[in-house]
Ligand binder design. Structure first.
Ligand code: DGP
Length: 114
């Protein structure tokens, strides 16, 4: 499968990796939208949130409950606050079809998003 994030997960394409374990990889976004902007991806290919299966519930919980808070603290944005975004589908603004959670921080976020 020709998936850029699968290639990053496999180390075939370079990325600035900030965290990695057996299930996920986190790396800096190529087009940062905030002073801190990292993407957290599952190493296995999951096309989007809509493709998470029953067997992926531990993976989803790991990303949200373990990796996001850990990285927010390590990146120094936990105290002031940060945003996570999971663009899904065309109108959701998803451009890379491998599930990824954006973690953005280091500036004040606006609402509503664009
Ligand atoms: P989304 O619009 O939610 O699908 O966001 C995809 C993000 O992925 C976008 O912010 C740019 C980033 N991105 C795309 N290709 C690469 C890449 O090759 N390396 C890195 N580090 N980020 C990428």
């Amino acid at each position: 499968m020709d998936c850029i994030f699968c290639k990053i997960a496999a180390g075939e394409i370079p990325a600035t990796v900030v965290y990695e374990d057996e299930l996920v990889k986190a790396f800096r976004d190529l087009e940062p939208q905030a002073p801190e902007h990292v993407l957290i991806i599952p190493k296995k290919h999951v096309g989007s949130l809509l493709e998470l299966g029953e067997e992926d519930k531990d993976l989803a919980a790991h990303i949200l409950a373990d990796v996001v808070p850990k990285l927010a603290k390590e990146l120094g944005v936990a105290e002031k606050g940060f945003r996570i975004v999971c663009n899904t589908g065309e109108e959701g603004g998803q451009t890379v079809h491998h599930l990824h959670v954006h973690l953005l921080g280091g500036r004040s976020m606006q609402w509503p998003p664009g």
